[in-house]
Write a protein that binds this ligand. Structure first.
Ligand code: F6R
Length: 366
């Protein structure tokens, strides 16, 4: 059932082009110029009147929530807060009627996320679920929702769940932006067209696999690793670091690139691999200067860049290219090489990729 792949994780990484298609199938209707999502349409007033959106989740799903924060604020111009479900539920949160809470969970069974949902409902908020597992507890406990339709995710490290969560959340944001007139029809159409071709671009990005494996071979014995990104790709840096930690047991941290000079830069020496996401736009020039700072401290730079990139590539020790796309959709591409990097490093270190130590696929205890 691994379909010829050595591990479920690798199979699931490779399934992403199809999984993303499955996520937008029937929803993204380019010819009609609409996004069809019953759970959103049936509650459109609640979304449009929301004073703010609160996203609750854990782990990788929380990272998808952070990406969504950037996307919602940009497209819908509504304030968004992203909360660890475990923190939110225990601090007497200010939440109530007029708030829209979006709970994100692959398994739909995460105890803290479920508790955050129950609390939000008690306090009168409208709660929308983004789950992968159909019929899961969270999908039943929420007022409405949208499934990711990514298919079963067996590997403990979440991969296709993450990219499909981002896909669903982007569709919701686009739909709301269109409904409120926050984006023009032509902008809307351009986003739809770009979203439609993202699976092809993910496919193309997957071709970097061998190149990424060669990079993994160089850094597999690292003791630490730093991941940097800005804007939409800051949460991707967090997610890249989490993937490496959980399956290879190498200590890794993700940071917004500009925060480096406020502390983590002290860690940089010739032993430290730094993975920098430096796609075009997204304050590219700022990232170039961050990369220069790493270079001058002899850090080893692995850069994820837009195809044809020159400036960062000239400074980096290793370059991984992703196809060009709209800035807002770059996380769907930049995530891929980071998943592959963690995967190969973990395999080379002899780790149990699909069942890392101390971790369970769904965390049903708090
Ligand atoms: C990381 C990972 C975990 C989950 C987290 C939330 O690869 O798998 O961090 O993302 O436990 O799980 P769900 O999304 O099922 O609520």
């Amino acid at each position: 059932e691994k379909n010829g792949y050595d591990h479920f994780m690798l199979k699931e990484i490779y399934e992403q082009p199809e999984a993303i298609k499955d996520t937008y199938r029937g929803r993204l209707r380019i010819n009609d110029g609409i996004i069809k999502m019953a759970g959103v349409e049936d509650n459109l007033e609640k979304f449009l009147n929301a004073k703010r959106i609160i996203i609750v989740a854990c782990g990788t799903s929380w990272h998808a929530g952070l990406v969504a924060e950037y996307i919602f604020e940009e497209l819908v111009r509504v304030p968004v807060e992203v909360e660890y479900a475990s923190e939110f539920r225990y601090r007497n949160p200010i939440v109530g009627p007029g708030d829209v809470v979006i709970a994100i969970s692959q398994s739909g069974e995460t105890a803290d996320t479920l508790a955050a949902i129950k609390l939000s409902k008690e306090k009168g908020a409208f709660v929308f679920g983004v789950c992968n597992v159909v019929g899961s507890t969270i999908s039943r406990e929420t007022h409405a929702g949208a499934y990711t339709h990514a298919g079963p995710e067996i590997g403990v490290a979440s991969t296709k769940a993450f990219t499909t969560q981002i896909t669903v959340l982007t569709l919701i944001a686009l739909k709301l932006a269109k409904s409120t007139g926050k984006i023009t029809n032509s902008e809307f159409h351009n986003y739809l067209a770009e979203m439609e071709v993202i699976p092809n671009k993910v496919e193309e990005t997957l071709k970097s696999d061998e190149h990424v494996a060669a990079i993994a071979d160089i850094y597999k014995d690292a003791g630490n690793c730093l991941y940097l990104g800005r804007g939409y790709n800051f949460p991707v840096a967090l997610e890249g670091a989490l993937k490496l930690k959980e399956i290879s047991y190498i200590h890794a941290e993700g940071y917004p690139a500009a925060e480096m000079k406020h502390g983590p830069i002290a860690l940089i020496d010739e032993q430290m691999p730094v993975i920098v996401i430096a796609t075009k736009k997204g304050h590219y020039e700022k990232v170039v200067s961050n990369v220069q700072e790493i270079k001058s401290r002899k850090g080893k730079i692995i850069a994820v860049v837009t195809k044809g990139d020159k400036d960062v590539s000239a400074l980096a020790d290793h370059v991984i290219e992703v196809p060009e796309t709209d800035e807002l959709l770059t996380p769907l591409l930049t995530t891929i090489p980071l998943q592959l990097l963690s995967y190969h490093i973990a395999v080379m270190r002899g780790c149990n990729v699909d069942q890392p130590r101390n971790l369970a696929k769904s965390v049903t205890v708090e």
